[in-house]
Design a protein around this ligand. Structure first.
Ligand code: S3P
Length: 184
């Protein structure tokens, strides 16, 4: 399906606990456009993420994550907001898919203190959180790669309202209009 350049696909990337899902949902509400979460799509089709890690290991999970990205991107309407799981943007093949589909990537940059506090008790749902030292290494390793996103916004605020205002402004600059207004 061809999408005109002025109807963006906004792709939120960043570490676990950066607020991708929360902020993504709010952004989509503001733009009155659909919100999708790659992890939700993976779990809908393939079952729980901890179970996938347990059964196939991380590399098996990454293959499923890539396959799901490949299946989902062409089905998304425009505009739309898509949140990726924390590791998805790091796979070059996923970045290439996002590029091919005209996705604009937005890094939600939250400091270690913020993400570690947010994810500390989520090890049941997030297998990579279970080893705190490994998590910290992952954070340091990944941050420069997230910085390669098209846009970076600080996600340190406890109140997401300010971040949201900046993201709505960016979306409008990129051509996203409130979908209710667009149909008037
Ligand atoms: C992962 C992040 C998770 C999920 C999986 C792996 C990662 O998503 O995809 O547990 O590698 O950072 P969230 O970033 O939404 O927690």
């Amino acid at each position: 399906m061809e999408h005109p350049a002025h109807t963006p696909l906004l792709v939120l990337v960043g570490f676990m606990g950066a607020g991708k899902t929360t902020v993504g949902r709010l952004l989509a509400q503001h733009l009155h456009c659909p919100f999708h979460d790659l992890d939700v799509e993976i779990e809908r089709v393939h079952g729980s993420i901890p179970k996938l890690f347990e059964t196939y290991g991380e590399s098996g999970f990454r293959a499923i994550e890539h396959h799901t990205t490949d299946q989902l991107l062409p089905r998304l309407p425009r505009p739309a907001v898509l949140s990726l799981g924390g590791g998805a943007f790091l796979q070059p093949a996923n970045r290439e898919l996002i590029r091919q589909h005209g996705g604009v990537t937005i890094f939600l940059d939250a400091p270690w203190e913020v993400v570690s506090a947010r994810v500390r008790h989520t090890g049941e749902h997030r297998p990579l959180v279970r080893d705190p030292a490994a998590l910290r290494r992952l954070f340091d390793l990944r941050r420069p790669l997230y910085m390669e996103a098209d846009h970076t916004f600080s996600s340190a605020e406890h109140d997401p309202a300010k971040l949201l205002t900046s993201l709505v402004r960016l979306a409008e600059e990129l051509g996203a209009r409130d979908q209710r207004r667009a149909t008037l």
